[in-house]
Ligand binder design. Structure first.
Ligand code: THG
Length: 369
């Protein structure tokens, strides 16, 4: 497949930080929630090594918020997810698979509880707002649903605490994983969570005012010089090694949450009422026939724009690779694949066609690191 430029338009939305990341040398984009999401700067590998050693600032405005507010908001949010939110607390973030009536995955947002009657679903790449509005209409819920103008900046990497302390003060070090609070900087308040789509530790600033966000962006680079701060973005190598799943890549609306290894977020026992619960009970009873696992392939490159089939010696289907990249750590291609049950414990090799040549690989557990 050739690479063609993608034309920008109002439909393919920019972010308040786009001018800045372009000045800093963004070298590729992907499209996420109809918005530009940077995919690389110097190179995938150079960005990866920098992220694991220093600190980066990411324009992840494409992680859009769906705000659900009002008397029935808690009911609606619970109706959309199989995670039990009955004991959820204000100021906490909940990673929560969204499920439809068939028991299939719709999205995997982080749900932020701002008040008993106000929630932000920080969504992956699917149109959750219409799912929410449809359910609210069908159930005659008293809720307001909108996409607020929130544009996240993520600060990720082992030196992220040092940089954030310098900007927001030492209190920020005490912020616990998947908790959020408001912090002040130069007279403005910023919603900050300890979270982010890397396993290198970090924060996410949910910016509610464009110019305050742009100011913060510039200060992060000024204050961050001593920490070798660079512009970055979610890194394909780091996220596959860490098994941070990507909706639309690793799983989508053809898959159920058991197949995507979301077991610990699936509640089938208590009184929680959500869409697809009966379907999930049935799936659990029958048992799944495939699930997401890791694969390692003896090769040094792979391009992924569609699923790639894995075959055993007799040309039976082992599974399908859904995301993959060369890992400089494993010195192989590593990937996330939907693997059929007979091969879950298999130490057998599989075959895969990459650029019309056959390579060998093995199935393994996730995460890689
Ligand atoms: N941050 C914010 N919004 C997001 C993402 C994010 N929306 C889109 C996408 N990422 C949603 N998907 C994920 C996937 C994984 C995690 C967060 C969002 C994640 N997982 C941790 C893990 O797997 O170890 C923790 C999960 C847990 O145990 O609670 O962080 O990155 N704002």
């Amino acid at each position: 497949m050739k690479n063609f430029p993608i034309v920008k338009s109002r439909r393919l939305r920019s972010t308040p930080y786009t001018d800045r990341i372009e000045a800093q040398g963004v070298s590729s984009y992907t499209v996420y929630n109809h918005m530009l999401l940077p995919a690389s700067f110097k190179s995938l590998e150079a960005d990866y090594h920098h992220l694991k050693k220093f600190v980066q600032v990411w324009d992840v405005a494409a992680e859009r918020q769906v705000e659900i507010k009002g008397k029935d908001s808690a009911k609606l949010v619970q109706l959309m997810t199989c995670r039990d939110l009955s004991k959820s607390k204000i100021g906490k973030c909940y990673y929560a698979p969204l499920i439809d009536q068939e028991g299939l995955l719709v999205n995997d947002p982080i749900i932020n509880k701002l008040a008993e009657d106000r929630w932000w679903l920080s969504i992956a790449d699917s149109d959750v707002i219409f799912f929410a509005k449809g359910l609210a209409a069908g159930h005659k819920f008293e809720v307001e649903i909108k996409e607020p103008n929130v544009n996240i900046l993520a600060i990720q990497g082992p030196l992220s605490d040092d940089l954030m302390e310098k900007v927001f003060g030492e209190e920020i070090r005490k912020l616990k994983f998947f908790n959020f609070k408001y912090f002040d900087f130069k007279g403005k308040k910023y919603f900050i969570a300890r979270s982010g789509w890397s396993k290198q530790s970090g924060f996410e600033v949910y910016v509610e005012d464009d110019s305050a966000g742009q100011d913060l962006y510039d200060y992060l680079f000024e204050y961050g010089k001593e920490f070798n701060v660079k512009a970055g973005c979610p890194n394909l190598i780091e996220r596959i090694e860490s098994a941070l799943l990507s909706y639309g890549n690793d799983f989508d609306n053809r898959d159920n949450p058991f197949e995507a290894n979301f077991d610990k977020f699936i509640n089938l026992d208590t009184n929680v009422n959500y869409l697809g619960k009966e379907k999930l009970k049935k799936i659990k009873q029958e048992g799944i026939k495939r699930k997401l696992m890791g694969v390692k392939i003896d090769h040094n490159k792979i391009d992924m724009y569609c699923e790639k089939t894995l075959l055993d010696d007799n040309n039976n289907i082992v599974g399908f690779v859904r995301s993959a990249t060369y890992s400089p750590t494993f010195k192989k291609v590593i990937g996330i694949a939907m693997i059929n049950k007979p091969y879950w414990n298999s130490k057998h090799q599989f075959k895969i066609d990459i650029d019309e040549k056959i390579f060998l690989g093995t199935v393994c557990d996730l995460p890689f690191i």
